[in-house]
Design a protein around this ligand. Sequence first.
Ligand code: GLN
Length: 418
Amino acid sequence: MRTPVSDYLDEVLHACDADDGEVADYIPELAKADPDRFGIAVATVDGEVYSAGAVDVEFSIQSISKPFTYALAIADQGLEGVLEHIDVEPSGDAFNEISLEPSTGRPRNPMINAGAIAAHAMVAGDDADTRTSRIIELYSRLAGRELSVDEAVFDSELGSADRNMAIAYMLRTVDRLDDDPPDVVRGYTRQCSVSVTAVDLARMAAVLAANGVAPDGTKILDTAVTRQVLSVMASCGMYDAAGDWLTTVGIPAKSGVAGGLIGVLPGQVGIAVFSPRLDRHGNSARGVRVFERLSRDMGMHMMEGTEAGRSAVRAASEHDDELRVYEVAGDLRFVEAERVLRELTGEPEGDRLVVIDLHRVHRINDVARRMLLEGIRRLHLDGHPVRLVDPEDVLPDPHAGEGYVPEVFDDAKAAIKG
Ligand code: GLN
């Protein structure tokens, strides 16, 4: 069977193929880009990639580098340390605005150049070159292949980096930059000049979607770091179009002036679009349309909320005086665990055996685990012996408090027999 997912992406590609917008030209090398190039790549958290169009063409990552460098700065310095220097408020300004928060002198967020330059300088490294190599190393691990700098783009941007230089000197005057401004701008410009394809970007985005875990199971970034990065992408990733983006598309995103645009749907996929013509905010015009379309077609707006598993729990053996079996199915988070507890509240006090069958549960998050154990503790206090069916060990060490640990069995029959 040919997968319908790629066919669908082809269809989206054609539907969004208008030629409005302009290729960026303030970096002379970028003005040479073929404006008609257009590609979409979608990578799942387990490493499957679907694509349509020009997804093997290399272009410079530009500002899409910012969230990843911010992640590394947090990993190196801790969140508190980074927040001291860079705030997380949407600025409503253009990406290269020469501005700082008047009261604190901090850049407003790490997605505009001021904050991104400060974040670049916060990455650990004995000198500017080590810092930049560590940054490119991280991008490469996230993309799953070795990435390198496009030297032509780098030279071209460095030759016209007056504005970023001004930003770096401004940061230095308010003690937000310890290093030499030209060194920092050089490193920042190298990070922006890393060459990527839409597939690389989709893979990098998918690691953010997977709480920092690569498809091979390696934990590249801490969960707390990815949460911070995605939150900032959601509120500030699209510059002065951030509010419009959040309401219409509702996917944490980041754009770059070379025409790249990534979106991250937490727990699901990383998406990347490449198309060099930019709208007036400096975001890929076709890219924005693709995301609007994907969000609408696939119900990806994060405020839409995923539906809670409907039949999370079912009490079997209804009329049995001796025992009651509760069959639980699906992944358990707060909402599903609440349903289980609600069902358990129907259990009258007494010594009837309660079997909680978890064999169709695959994952229980921390809050659901605590809720379930508390339910077991209360059943125990009400007089019930409780047995668990948990062949996959989804509820390891089920210490329910007060020294009570329910017996665990591999299947319901064994649990009923005891
Ligand atoms: N390197 C570019 C700059 O600093 C990145 C800007 C962008 O992609 N929006 O101007």
